[in-house]
Design a protein around this ligand. Structure first.
Ligand SMILES: [Zn+2]
Length: 214
């Protein structure tokens, strides 16, 4: 159970609440149940949490993570890149398309920053803090420190990818990190989620639910 919320030190980080990851966009990268996390996130935002940041997957139309850019390859294949292995995905989150917008039902009243990630054509970015080369920073950690944030609650789409990578980096960067499990969508087998959850717990990340924040 997290300690009571503090208006300046606490922030809700909402990862990729975009139609491209929902049944609204069946030809992009729909994640089962993803749209259902929006009302859960809105309930948290209606509670005592004072500030939120939203990330937005924002890809070049020929982004390296798209299977369509690798002849003979299919989504979920893995390719080698200069920064290491990269899983391929269907085209999704293409900048300035309807699917890449922030979901229209998300309550943005407390959203003080929208961070676009994955905009470099040749590097993917799961984490909100570092791109997949694990070197290129997004500036988010510095921004959070500048505004006095000490503790992060993380929700959104999708575990164990963008959400879990973001949580892992947040903890490594010194933020007290809580993953709001019922406010997250999941892609892939439960075994992969369990393995990621064990890794996050070992890294000092805490787990909670939306009701604990309301
Ligand atoms: Zn993406």
């Amino acid at each position: 159970m997290p300690a009571p919320l503090h208006p300046q030190e606490d922030l809700l980080l909402v990862v990729d609440p975009q139609p491209t990851f929902m049944d609204l966009c069946p030809d992009e990268l729909p994640v089962p149940g993803a749209e259902a996390v929006i009302p859960v996130i809105n309930r948290i935002l209606a509670g005592p949490i004072a500030r939120a940041v939203v990330t937005q997957d924002w890809h070049h139309p020929r982004h390296l993570s798209f299977a369509s850019q690798h002849p003979g390859r299919a989504p979920l294949d893995q390719v080698e890149t200069p920064y290491g292995p990269q899983v391929l995905w269907p085209d999704h989150g293409v900048r300035a398309t309807p699917g890449a917008a922030i979901h229209s039902a998300l309550d943005q009243a407390k959203v003080v920053l929208v961070l676009r990630k994955g905009f470099r054509p040749t590097i993917d970015s799961y984490s909100a803090f570092r791109e997949n080369d694990r070197k290129t920073g997004t500036g988010l950690a510095e921004w959070l420190r500048a505004v006095g944030v000490r503790r992060l609650f993380i929700a959104g789409i999708t575990r164990p990818y963008c959400v879990d990578w973001t949580a892992e980096d947040a903890a490594a960067l010194g933020f007290e990190t809580w993953l709001v499990e019922d406010a997250c969508a999941r892609l892939g087998p439960l075994e992969a989620l369990d393995a990621s959850r064990r890794r996050l717990a070992a890294a000092g990340i805490h787990f909670t639910t939306a009701s604990a924040l309301i």
